[in-house]
Design a protein around this ligand. Sequence first.
Ligand code: KIV
Length: 294
Amino acid sequence: MASSNSSNSSASAEVPAPYGNGPAPSPASKPGKVRIHHLQQAKRDGSKFAMLTAYEQYTAEIFDAAGIEVLLVGDSASNNVFGNETSLPVTVDELLPLCRAVARSAKRALVVADLPFGSYEVSAEQAVAAGVRFLKEGLAHAVKIEGGKYYAPTVRAMVQAGIPVMAHIGFTPQSEHALGGYRVQGRGDDAQRLIDDAVALADAGAFCVLMEMVPAQTAAAVDAAVSVPTVGIGAGKETTGQVLVWQDMAGLRGGRMAKFVKQYADLRSTLLDAATAYGEDVRSGQFPGPEHTF
Ligand code: KIV
């Protein structure tokens, strides 16, 4: 977190559910695992935390070493790892091994896994069963589900089963077809709907509310309406945390970027240059050289 509260406290300061009533982590204690109560403390302190997607070992290691507080094994793996056009086709069985790799590789970050489309909508029981799989087989620390106040009973059942839940409202990519494409949500009078969603989900026990493609003013009103931390992606700067898909953040993905993306590197060009140089060296006999030869 931007302030010194990203340092962890001793084991005695770790807070069992319901999350967030424990003592604030001591700034003097050495950095340790990021826990849900640290994110909640960030909201109380007015400090910020960063979240990135990660889908495998090396990016998980690197983002963890960079101090990113939360790693999201997003269902965006569908269109950033598995080659699908949308997040809809990816399955629990496809995401679980990615989640395991991220959780094994991150020493400090809180690992949150997306419940993919089709794994939680039918009933609270279905959602609990999917959540259990992500914590047990995927080694995730928490899960995220998309949807508004309709899912409050589902969130309540999951939290009661011991599954920490992050709620995702606003533009929810799994509902792309129902929402009529990628559209900003919560403009004008529609802002109240998002506030009601966030309040209902937080009351049901969600430890955090993520908002996607929401006007900054609406996101600020949502943040003010709930005591839990909020995370934004295209939701302005008043949320407690920010999240980006890592391939967008680091410029690995080609094509048009959403307005809310800031690119911090151009990995696509770097890799293209490296692969082109390697191919040329192999074809010209420059590689392997004597120094690479036994
Ligand atoms: O799957 C994902 O990457 C997400 C982000 C857009 C928040 O849900």
